[in-house]
Structure formats: structure tokens, C-alpha cells
Design a protein around this ligand. Structure first.
Ligand code: ADP
Ligand code: MG
Length: 452
């Protein structure tokens, strides 16, 4: 262990003067080295999710270069969030969470409970429905379909239901999976199926031989026909035997492109409930709860500032809170002040680097489940025109390209057409909650794109 820390000390020395001192204090120095064993991979745990994002984005390249310098070609670095660290440590103590998942219940995030969920006007119905389902799974509201914009608490609620059932009825089998996990598991099962290895059977056993199934971000099944078919049968199987199904999505079923009609009508059998953007008071309460939970000392005025600044995405708002908190802990031991908050929020993020019009177009297509050639083509149906205008708006807003260039990129359109699209979305971005949620979902997908 000592060795590992000496080694980490060497790396720190090398990077210290190559990055800004704020960045160094906030993101680099705060990492904890976990191991340097698996052939030449230095594993570093970051203090929180945003720290990982920032350090990867801002200093990933530099740190990799330093490690290669010190330990030779082939040496590399891996950054972990606190959740990943937990999984990593468990794995290295011989018990893998992933395996545990395969043969039984999912693990739920212990912080995502009903108690830690702040109820306001925007989410009171969903909260009530989730609570009811957790008390009597399979009996009321089946399926429960929750939808809202990104970062408004869907995953939190699903975990809260899971935590609560696991506590009250520990015998029940609960499986939680994101759509992506469901798709991957299914594709894997198909690929490895044989008479000897009946992986499709295993897949079905895993998803059907249970009491509660939760699929998070079901909109990502859009366009995956084979998996939709399998999901349809999974759904019917569970539904007919009175098992609880809970689904989340970032939009209502009727707006999920290329979702089979029969699935849509299945979803409509139960309760469909949306969450709206939380109002100011609710946002303040959420921040307070989070600060209490994490024992952050933060002045009330700072909480109010953050609640004003961030209106459409709670995850982002919490990110700001963490940023301010870590910034302030470096300076003093007392509570975070307004002055520190403003300084922390001012640190420039150069994330736009590496983003191109093509990547924006691809992401928009992925989000809406449309083809690129349609997006940049001549089709005039609404399900194409709206995504097209949104792509234009985002390219303009993020990259600031001249309208003429955007016109060329978008399949040779006139710059006045581009201007019209941009202005229309920019108007709607002020009042239409649908457009606001589209834009914020796509922006967060863009934020999560790997940097090359
Ligand atoms: P979604 O799945 O809708 O994208 P998440 O459930 O991941 O959103 O929520 C993002 C973050 O915001 C989480 O840290 C979650 O705990 C927090 N959050 C969202 N809504 C609330 C709420 N009403 N009360 C407390 N925390 C919330
Ligand atoms: Mg989620």
C-alpha cells in the first residue's frame, strides 16, 4: 500500500504544475489510488461522479501521458465513481455485484429511498403511486409507468421502490435493469445459445421468474425490434401471473418513436404518471436534503442561488452543489459562502472541445430513433421535422457555426430555413416543457459522449 502512495505522489508532482491550481485541488489531488496491479492499470477513485467526469474530461490525457512516461508503454489509468469503487472493491474481495445480480435480486442504491425523496407539486402523484406499489406489488397500478425529463428522479424512485420492497418483503425477487442492460443481456443470450449452454433459457429465467421487474429508461428500446418482441413476451408473462412491472421513460409512450403499438397498449393498462419540473421551493428543499445527507455545510443563500440557477435538471443542480462544497472545503472549514460559490461556479469548463456537428446530429438521431439520412433529407413529417429543427438549434447554440454552414451540413438547406428552425426552437425552449425536456436530455447525452 505504501508503495502505491509513493507512486501516486510521483504522479501528482508531475502534473501539479501543468494544470490550474483550482483544478488540481478540486479534481486531481482528491483522488485516491486503489491499486496498480492488474497489469499496469492504475485505478483511481474519485470523490464523486462529477469529479470523475471533470478529471477525465480535463486531465485524462495528461494523466495517461504521465503514467506512460513513468511506467512505460501499455500503462494506463482508470477512474472510478464512488459506486464503481464499491463494485470494484467487492469484486476484489471475491464477491461481485454483477454476479449477485445474475442469481437473484438487484442491489439498490441505499441513498435512493422514499425518505430521501422530496415531495412537491411536481411529483406528488408519482410519489404516491410509487409508494402504493411498494406496499402492494402487483396489486394496484400495474404496470406503473413513470415519465419525466432527465434528472428529475425516476431512477431514484425505482430504487426507492426496490429498497422498500427488499426491506418489507425480503422474499420477493426484484430485478432492476436499464433498457441497455436488458438489451445487452438479450443479445448476449442469443449469441451464446446452444444445446449445451441454454443462455436464452437463462435469460428468460432471470427476467420472468421474479416478482417485480423494473426497466429504467424504456425509451431506449426504440428501434430495437428483436428486443421489443422479447420484452413483449416478458411483459405478458409477468403481467398475467400478477407480477409487478415498473417502467420509466423520458417521455410518454406515444412519443417514443418506433415503439410497437402492442407495447404501447400494454403500457396503457396500468398507471401512467409524469413528473414535472420542480418549483423553486421544492428545489431548495432538495438541495437542503442533499446537503444534510452528505453533511455539507452550506450557507442558505448559496442554496437559494443554486436553486435559482438550475431549473431543469436536479442532477445538474446537485452537481453544482458538490462543486461549490468541494471548492469551499479547500479554502476553509466553515460553511460554503456566497463568494466561494460564485468563484466555484465561474471555473470555466472547456467541454465543447471535441464536439462536432456530426456528433450532435448522431445524438439527435439516436435520441429520437430516426435515421440520419432522413434528418438531413427532404421528409416533411412531424416526427422528422421537429428533430431536424432541434439539431439545427443545438448545432447553432453549442458550436455557434454560421447559418450557411449549418445549412450545408443539414443536407444543403438555405440559410433562411436554418434561421427559421433555430428561432422556432429557441422560442419554444422558453415555454414548451416538451422541448425543454428534449433539449436537456440531448444535452446530457452529449455531455456523456466519450472524448476522443
Ligand atoms: P432521472 O432518472 O429522472 O434522470 P435521477 O433519479 O437519476 O433522475 O435523479 C437525479 C438526481 O436528483 C439524483 O441524485 C436524485 O437523488 C435527485 N433527485 C431527483 N428528484 C429528487 C427529489 N424529489 N428529491 C430528492 N432528490 C431528488
Ligand atoms: Mg435515470
Amino acid at each position: 500500500m505504501q508503495e502505491l502512495h509513493t507512486l501516486w505522489g510521483k504522479i501528482l508532482k508531475k502534473v501539479e504544475y501543468q494544470v490550474s491550481s483550482i483544478s488540481y485541488d478540486l479534481w486531481v489531488k482528491t483522488m485516491e489510488p486503489l491499486s496498480f496491479e492488474q497489469p499496469n492499470i492504475l485505478v483511481l477513485a474519485c470523490q464523486n461522479d462529477i469529479a470523475k467526469k471533470q478529471v477525465e474530461r480535463l486531465h485524462g490525457d495528461l494523466l495517461s501521458t504521465v503514467v506512460v512516461d513513468l511506467f512505460g508503454e501499455g500503462a494506463s489509468i482508470k477512474f472510478l465513481t464512488p459506486d464503481e469503487k464499491r463494485i470494484y472493491l467487492e469484486k476484489n474481495q471475491g464477491q461481485s455485484v454483477a454476479e449477485e445480480r445474475m442469481n437473484g435480486n438487484s442491489k439498490f442504491n441505499p441513498k435512493y429511498t422514499f425518505d430521501n425523496f422530496v415531495v412537491g407539486k411536481s411529483n406528488e402523484y408519482v410519489y404516491a403511486a410509487a409508494l402504493a406499489v411498494s406496499e402492494n406489488p402487483g396489486k394496484r397500478f400495474n404496470p406503473l409507468f413513470i415519465y419525466s425529463g432527465v434528472g428529475l428522479g425516476k431512477t431514484h424512485l425505482l430504487n426507492a421502490i426496490g429498497n422498500s420492497i427488499a426491506q418489507k418483503q425480503p422474499k420477493l425477487k426484484i430485478v432492476y435493469a436499464t433498457s441497455e442492460k436488458f438489451i445487452n443481456d438479450y443479445v448476449y443470450a442469443l449469441k451464446h445459445n446452444s444445446t449445451k449452454d441454454n443462455s436464452v433459457f437463462e435469460f428468460r429465467d432471470k427476467y420472468r421468474n421474479i416478482d417485480v421487474l423494473m426497466i429504467d429508461d424504456i425509451q431506449l428500446l426504440s428501434g430495437k425490434n428483436g428486443t421489443q418482441e422479447e420484452f413483449f413476451h416478458t411483459f405478458n408473462d409477468l403481467y398475467e401471473s400478477g407480477k409487478q412491472i415498473i417502467l420509466s421513460s423520458d417521455r410518454p409512450p406515444k412519443e417514443i418513436a418506433t415503439l410497437e403499438e402492442r407495447l404501447r397498449s400494454r403500457f396503457a393498462r396500468g398507471l401512467m404518471q409524469d413528473m414535472q419540473l420542480p418549483d423553486y421551493e421544492t428545489r431548495v428543499a432538495i438541495l437542503q436534503k442533499k446537503a444534510d445527507l452528505e453533511h455539507y455545510k452550506i450557507h442558505q443563500s448559496v442554496i437559494e442561488l443554486l436553486a435559482q440557477k438550475s431549473q431543469t435538471n436536479i442532477r445538474e443542480m446537485e452537481g453544482l452543489l458538490e462543486k461549490v462544497y468541494f471548492f469551499s472545503t479547500l479554502r476553509s472549514k466553515s460553511e460554503a459562502t456566497m463568494e466561494e460559490a460564485l468563484a466555484a461556479l465561474n471555473e470555466k469548463e472547456d467541454r465543447r472541445e471535441g464536439l462536432t456537428a456530426d456528433k450532435i446530429i448522431d445524438t439527435v438521431c439516436k435520441y429520437f430513433g430516426v435515421e440520419k439520412q432522413d434528418l438531413t433529407g427532404k421528409k416533411k413529417s412531424k416526427d422528422i421535422v421537429e428533430p431536424r429543427m432541434i439539431a439545427v438549434y443545438l448545432i447553432y447554440d453549442i458550436l455557434g457555426l454560421p447559418l450557411v454552414n449549418i445549412g450545408m451540413i443539414m443536407g444543403g438547406r438555405d440559410h433562411t430555413t436554418i434561421m427559421h428552425a433555430r428561432d422556432k426552437i429557441s422560442e419554444q425552449a422558453k415555454e414548451s416543457s416538451k422541448i425543454i425536456s428534449f433539449l436537456s436530455s440531448i444535452r446530457s447525452m452529449l455531455d456523456e459522449l466519450p472524448e476522443e
